[in-house]
Every structure is written in C-alpha cells, then in structure tokens.
Design a protein around this ligand. Structure first.
Ligand SMILES: [Zn+2]
Length: 97
C-alpha cells in the first residue's frame, strides 16, 4: 500500500471515478471486465470487499490487494453462465426493517 497523503487522510471521499477494461480471450471466446474505483477528489483507490483473490470465469474475484475486480461477463443473449446466477443479501442489510 502506498503512503496516504494528508489530502487523502482528510478527504470525505464523496465523489468517485471508475475504470473498466474489458478483455476478450480469443482462444475461449470468454470475456472479463477488470474494474477499479477510486476517489475523484483525492485519488485514493477503493478495495473490493468480500471476494477472494484470483481469476475465474464462473465468478468475480479480485486482485491480490483487492483493488481490482475481475468480473466475468457475457453477452445478454448468452446462456452459458446466466443460469447459475443467484442473489445473496448481506446479513447487515437483510436484518434491517
Ligand atoms: Zn477522497
């Protein structure tokens, strides 16, 4: 981790910038979206939480430092991976009323 500047330490992180690089793997025809998010004011990178590190075409994972999301994607008309999709609500949200 880089040393945090005074600007980053004092910033409330109220505006964001994101970068998405989409890769198409020629040999498999699969796609991967690599996403990073940082504060638009102080440039501090944000970490993706709750995912393991690695690359997997069946589920999103992160880089070792958690700063880059590796999310497999597919065209909307593609059914190969869509059928395995499901939603999970985090306990901290589902417990609220
Ligand atoms: Zn900031």
């Amino acid at each position: 981790m880089k040393e945090i500047t005074d600007q980053q330490r004092n910033c409330k992180h109220e505006a964001f910038q994101a970068r998405v690089n989409v890769n198409r793997f020629e040999d498999t025809g699969l796609f991967m979206a690599d996403v990073t998010v940082s504060c638009a004011r102080c440039d501090l990178p944000f970490r993706f939480v709750g995912l393991e590190a690695g690359i997997n075409f069946a589920q999103p994972l992160t880089s070792i430092d958690g700063l880059e999301l590796h999310a497999p994607i597919e065209p909307e008309t593609e059914t190969q991976l869509r059928m395995a999709a499901h939603f999970t609500m985090p306990a901290i949200i589902s417990g609220r009323h």
